[in-house]
Design a protein around this ligand. Structure first.
Ligand SMILES: C=C(O[C@@H]1C=C(C(=O)O)C=C[C@H]1O)C(=O)O
Length: 490
């Protein structure tokens, strides 16, 4: 019986491989003609539907081969997920000027020429995935050296999981002088045959072997002094709000394993975007609730998130905390600053903007926030990356006014945020896509993990309670890295 099943699976895989490679070959032939005509490279792509597969295990598939060229993305509720392996195209620069516009122009040009066969959904075919650093004017430190200020890529292979269906996209670049168009692709064939076995390979993956040490990057008293300085400058009227962050360094005996961390975040942090951006020597990973902007058709969606409190131990206590948050003047003020700025930016980008008058409560596993969803119909000619540029950083992650807050962060924070709190996301050839602010995140460098957390400072912020709030915001990543117990013991 087992053998018959094996044969059936092999036959199904052979059929899948042959359909995908035939389509890819046809796209490549068409791409070569187009490339010859235009004198430039053309992106070609082919897609098939596949059986359900294990996404974190796919992320780890042939790690030695794809390490440093992988991404993972999963929306809240897990309705849409992407996992990409390899790179057929890369956009990477430390150029500070027009960084959003340059990516926008390059991707539009590439997407317009792309040839995609049998595209069953807008979430398949070539997808550009990546992001920007938080502040390109901040000097880069060693730990972030893998992450350029702008870095995007189109993967060679990508699985899309959307509403319970799974698709495999295979992308290639074809130039005018492409000499041989190989129809046989061993890498693709191997991958298709490996898909059904992926679950067993990955399911025992742990985040890392327990036993780790923790170190605060900035002494608590220094961080609290910075909060104090920020609050007093706000009271003097120099600015309205600034988000100050700090970082924790975890040192483990064995290397941190991104697949295990992803599994844990996917299980535990339902209401968040789970992401991983893998580079040769490091992996930036997290579970963020912070939607920056989504474009679907002509609609733009964003969520203003600012104002935080813990979850309760019981449902009664949880509701009491939520009710406190909804009426707390300091938190409402922090939230209002973010909503006003985001609404203003959305009104520039959209024809009609809708937002409720009162915030709702967004409950996450370990924390709850004040949240205001804002949506609008995008004006003709406005792109997703123009919206990212207009919004980043919002007062929820930077402050208000923006430039003064950025200066205060550079002066007071004493760390390199790198890609923490920065815009990361994806775009398809239809120019739809989504960007989030990469908070609740960690940078994994083999046996080291740098975790980041920040909070909005206003005039009446108290340093100790802000310190505790950042501690709460470290919780999801500490759990995923199996280090929470250790921190609590400290
Ligand atoms: C900056 C962070 O979170 C942001 C700050 C919040 C606040 O100050 O209340 C709430 C949600 C996020 O917008 C973080 O988690 O690192």
């Amino acid at each position: 019986m087992k053998q018959i099943n094996g044969k059936v699976t092999t036959r199904v895989n052979n059929v899948a491989y042959s359909r995908l490679s035939t389509n890819l070959y046809a796209s490549m032939k068409e791409g070569k003609e187009k490339a010859e005509l235009l004198g430039k490279q053309v992106l070609v792509s082919s897609v098939i539907e596949i059986n359900k597969t294990d996404l974190p295990a796919f992320f780890s598939y042939q790690e030695h081969r794809y390490r440093g060229r992988r991404f993972f993305w999963s929306e809240p509720g897990r309705v849409l997920s992407f996992v990409g392996l390899g790179e057929v195209f890369k956009l990477e620069t430390n150029d500070k000027h027009d960084r959003f516009k340059n990516v926008d122009t390059a991707w539009k040009e590439m997407a317009n020429l792309a040839i995609v066969k049998d595209k069953p959904s807008p979430y398949t075919g070539p997808i550009l995935f990546g992001g920007f650093s938080f502040d390109p004017y901040h000097a880069q430190t060693d730990k972030w050296s893998d992450f350029a200020h702008t870095s995007f890529a189109v993967p060679k292979f990508m699985i899309t999981a959307h509403e319970g269906r799974y698709f495999l996209t295979s992308n290639r670049f074809v130039g005018p002088d492409e000499s041989s168009l190989e129809q046989d692709d061993q890498e693709l064939e191997q991958l298709i045959h490996a898909l059904p076995q992926l679950k067993e390979m990955g399911s025992t993956e742990q985040a890392h072997e327990p036993n780790a040490m923790i170190r605060e990057e900035i002494a608590p008293s220094d961080w609290m002094s910075a909060v104090d300085a920020a609050a007093s400058s706000i009271r003097k009227g120099e600015l309205e709000k600034v988000v100050l962050a700090r970082s924790l360094l975890l040192l483990a005996n064995d290397g941190f394993r991104s697949e295990g961390v992803l599994r844990s975040l996917l299980d535990e942090q339902q209401n968040t975007y789970v992401f991983a951006i893998d580079k040769p020597g490091s992996c930036f990973i997290g579970a963020t609730p912070e939607q920056l902007i989504k474009r679907q058709g002509q609609q733009l969606f964003t969520l203003s998130l600012a104002g935080s409190i813990a979850r309760g131990q019981t449902s009664g206590e949880d509701a009491e905390l939520a009710s406190f948050l909804k009426h707390d003047i300091k938190n409402l003020h922090e939230h209002r600053l973010a909503v006003d700025m985001i609404k203003g930016a959305m009104q520039q980008l959209c024809a009609h903007v809708e937002a409720p008058d009162e915030p709702i409560i967004r409950k996450l596993k370990d924390i709850q926030h004040l949240a205001t969803p804002i949506a609008g119909e995008v004006k003709e000619g406005v792109s997703l990356l123009q919206a990212v540029e207009a919004l980043h950083p919002t007062p929820a992650l930077g402050g208000m006014p923006r430039e003064l807050a950025l200066e205060a962060i550079r002066r007071l924070e004493d760390m390199d945020r790198g890609w923490y709190a920065a815009p990361i996301g994806w775009m398809n050839v239809e120019q739809e896509g989504e960007f989030v602010g990469a908070i609740r995140s960690a940078l994994l460098l083999d046996k080291q993990a740098y975790l980041f957390a920040g909070c909005g400072i206003v005039g009446d912020s108290e340093p100790l309670s802000e310190y505790k709030e950042t501690a709460l915001k470290f919780t999801p990543m500490l759990k995923a890295l199996q280090a929470l117990e250790m921190v609590l013991k400290n």
